[in-house]
Structures are given as structure tokens and as C-alpha cells.
Design a protein. Structure first.
Length: 123
């Protein structure tokens, strides 16, 4: 992908001249949509894991942010400081090459960090 195309993304079937957004704007739109879906859920609602292969909402919100931080920001932004180094274990349940990880069936057992901390991480 060229530098020019990496800087802007257009939704499928939408002419670039009508909808030209930076990658950061698109990321913020997706993040805002995710957060809007979580608004009606309590902290307790967001901790429940209905089955071993399903991610609790709180865990998923933290995991996607941890992933962005670990895979995008950390290697590409010199001097970047991670939000919380413990999140490398807590919110990694897939990537064995990164290190020890939270077992997938036990993601719903994580009661800490608090939802407010997770929400702060997202900012």
C-alpha cells in the first residue's frame, strides 16, 4: 500500500471525492461506535463471559485497545509509553509469541482493572 493510500481510507462503493477521511478519523469513528454500544451496559454486564469462546465486553474493549497499542503504536511511535504493562498479560489471549497470556476460557474471571480504568485506557 502506498503512503498516499495509507493516509486516507474510503468506505467501499463511496467515491473518494465525497468521503475522504484520514486513518485517525476512521479509527475514532469505529472507537466511538464501539463505545456507544457499551453505554447501556453496567460494569457487571460487561464482565460476563457466556461461553469459553466469547469475549466479555469489558475484556474485548480493553483487548482491542491493547492490540492497537502493542501492534501499532509501540513499534511505530518512538518513545511511546504503554498505558499499563500488566495489560500485556490480561488482554492477550491469542498471541503466544508476545508472552504469557490470559487463558481464553477465563477472560470473564477478570474483575480488575475496573471498568473506569478500561474506559480511561480507551481515551
Amino acid at each position: 500500500m502506498s503512503t498516499a493510500s495509507a493516509a486516507t481510507i474510503s468506505p467501499p462503493d463511496t467515491p473518494i471525492r465525497h468521503v475522504e477521511q484520514s486513518l485517525a478519523e476512521r479509527y475514532r469513528l469505529v472507537r466511538n461506535a464501539t463505545e456507544a454500544l457499551a453505554v447501556p451496559l453496567s460494569a457487571e454486564d460487561q464482565t460476563v463471559q457466556s461461553m469459553p469462546d466469547a469475549s466479555p465486553t469489558k475484556w474485548h474493549r480493553a483487548h482491542t485497545t491493547w492490540f492497537f497499542e502493542k501492534m501499532i503504536l509501540e513499534p511505530n511511535l518512538p518513545g511511546y509509553r504503554v498505558f499499563d504493562p500488566q495489560f500485556n498479560f490480561l488482554f492477550n489471549s491469542y498471541y503466544e509469541s508476545i508472552g504469557a497470556r490470559q487463558p481464553r476460557p477465563r477472560r470473564g474471571m477478570i474483575t480488575r482493572p475496573a471498568l473506569e480504568t478500561i474506559t480511561g485506557q480507551l481515551q
